[in-house]
Ligand binder design. Sequence first.
Ligand code: CTP
Ligand code: MG
Length: 171
Amino acid sequence: MTQIPLPELALVALVGASSSGKSTFAAQHFGPSEVLSSDHFRALVSGSEHTLDANAAAFDSLFYVAAKRLERGLLTVIDATSVRPDDRRRLVDLARAHDVLPVAIVLDLPRGVLEARHEARGDRPFNAAVIGRQQTELRRTLRGMGKEGFRHVWTLRTSEDVEAAQVTRVP
Ligand code: CTP
Ligand code: MG
């Protein structure tokens, strides 16, 4: 079983392809205002979770709010795929700018699980091939995450691992 002892003040990146279960995990282990999700911010700035050309505005807004929370010393969880090093670098930079520990919880589930969930959802208007590309990018770069600046990287590789994971807060 994976124990995830989080510092009281951390920037927590949930990392994983679409349908890996980031938002589900966030809802199970964190309070609603602790979690900033890229989908939510896309909806706030554009009226829909799926407006892809709203990405820049959505992330600007998400980072603005994240910075305000970290200034107040509030643990903050970023629910976005963050499978690319460039996306994660921005998170590490934000944490460092506020003297906060950047940590990552990676959901790297088998491709078949992701595809089955994607097919069952219907609320993701893109092809499952997109998920395959996200997973490939994550697996190509996962080992480098420590060097990117994340102080801890917990990787969960099966639904059972995810189910059994225990998140605690350490002072
Ligand atoms: N799901 C599941 N079993 C889990 C976790 C999730 O069946 N243990 C299902 C959810 O009910 C949802 C789908 O898988 O229908 C995707 O889960 P979600 O948490 O929404 O995945 P995300 O990683 O947040 O996907 P996205 O990046 O597209 O927001
Ligand atoms: Mg989600």
